[in-house]
Design a protein around this ligand. Structure first.
Ligand SMILES: [Zn+2]
Length: 136
């Protein structure tokens, strides 16, 4: 692959999540007051309004709760078709990610998946998911 993937915008609210990804970890933000998990990262708890939170490392196990296969438009740095999945993590929160090592016609609802850290040629790391038991 020659093209470089479009990098996500890093801000105060999500930089920690990408730093965990760079260490090969899937992060989940957890409210320190009521322990509600949330994703994507944001400053305030939607349940209790607390601004206090800490990060947990997810087990990386989950099931597919929804998915969509993107064929167009095609951005450089991605392989198509791209399978975008909404994963129900076993911790109880949901995460939008990409499914790899799977053909679009083989994706099913409730399919067990595990996290896998994808690394671009330039070293950028991104948590993606693969079918559980595929050797990830
Ligand atoms: Zn809370």
């Amino acid at each position: 692959m020659d093209a470089t993937r479009i990098k996500p915008p890093l801000g105060h609210d999500n930089a920690w999540w990408w730093e965990m990804a760079a260490e090969g970890k899937l992060g989940i933000q957890c409210c320190s007051q009521c322990q509600t998990l949330r994703h994507p990262p944001r400053p305030m708890c939607g349940v209790c309004g607390s601004m206090e939170w800490h990060a947990l490392e997810a087990s990386g196990r989950g099931t597919i709760c929804s998915f969509t296969v993107l064929r167009h438009p095609q951005f450089p740095g991605y392989e198509y078709p791209l399978i975008i999945v909404l994963v129900d993590l076993e911790e109880g929160t949901r995460l939008t990610s990409q499914l790899v090592d799977c053909e679009p016609e083989d994706v099913r609802f409730d399919m067990p998946v595990t996290v896998k850290i994808h690394e671009d040629p330039d070293g950028f790391k991104l948590p993606v998911f693969a079918p559980a038991g595929s050797g990830a």
